[in-house]
Write a protein that binds this ligand. Structure first.
Ligand code: FES
Length: 190
């Protein structure tokens, strides 16, 4: 009898520590946690086209709805990836994002305007789900990053913070001006 009790206790302890270890090793895969998927709601829950971007603090992104579809910009400035997160902010008066540290500016569509940043804003992949299928998602073409099509007001919107698409390098940036370096945007892991 005692053996069964011990075996049961051991099994529970092993399971508990296994779950704890998994959560420690894979903390980013949980929903609504950075590194996982954030459920925004139905398409009707998106900010109105042309309205102020919404900050998602936990997801570390700005959610913007444009005429071309929704976009989720990483709020970590492209220049600071190597030195730690420096979050940029929305300047409502000027209708653009700016970096509080170096003053780099980006449009509502995330395009580089000016300043030391080497490229436009990075974007997390947005998934548009209809029924149980992904109908469309953010994708990178050779010349631009395409926002997903939203087919109906009931479509569900998710931001996948495990998938980030690097913004396009700007040769207007002092970081790259005069350089023959060709920077090809690609997918980074978060
Ligand atoms: S320090 Fe990041 S763009 Fe300014």
């Amino acid at each position: 009898m005692l053996t069964y009790v011990w075996a049961g206790t051991l099994a529970v302890m092993t399971l508990g520590s296994g779950i704890a270890a998994y959560q420690f090793l894979y903390p980013y895969k949980r929903a609504n946690t950075f590194g996982g998927k954030f459920y925004i709601g139905a398409a009707t829950d998106l900010p109105l086209v042309g309205s102020e971007p919404q900050a998602n603090v936990d997801g570390r992104f700005w959610l913007v709805n444009t005429e071309n579809g929704p976009r989720a910009f990483s709020n970590i400035c492209p220049r600071s990836l190597a030195t730690g997160p420096i979050k940029f902010r929305w300047d409502a008066d000027r209708n653009r994002f700016d970096c509080p540290v170096c003053g780099a500016k980006f449009s509502r569509e995330g395009h580089y305007i000016e300043g030391p940043a080497p490229r436009s804003l990075d974007q997390f992949v947005i998934e548009v789900v209809t029924g149980h299928k992904v109908f469309a998602k953010t994708k990178r073409l050779p010349e631009e990053i395409i926002a997903p099509v939203v087919p109906s007001p009931e479509a569900k919107i998710l931001v996948d913070t495990s998938k980030i698409i690097e913004g396009f390098a700007s040769m207007d940036s002092p970081a790259l001006r005069g350089s023959s370096l060709k920077v090809v945007p690609g997918e980074l892991s978060a």
